[in-house]
Design a protein. Sequence first.
Length: 94
Amino acid sequence: MTPTDCLHQLATALQTLEPDAPLTPWAQQAQQHWPTLQTALPPKYLDVLQGLLDRLESAALFGGESCSFSQTDLHQLLQQWTAQATAYLAKTKH
């Protein structure tokens, strides 16, 4: 599977989720795609994704919505990340 295919799957999975739905399954899918994404994306993209995944894990521990971790906000940030990573890969022809 190419890095572009991985990002397409992740973006599609996000689009099918309700904004307040648990993101744990998406995070697991992202972890499965990590080795492929690592070969194509610069470290800064991976650092941001890892930070978002860490926040997802913390949000799951606190039951989703808390004063520090909003599932809805994380959902939006992940959508932005996938869009920017996809644009980067399109620009670099991966």
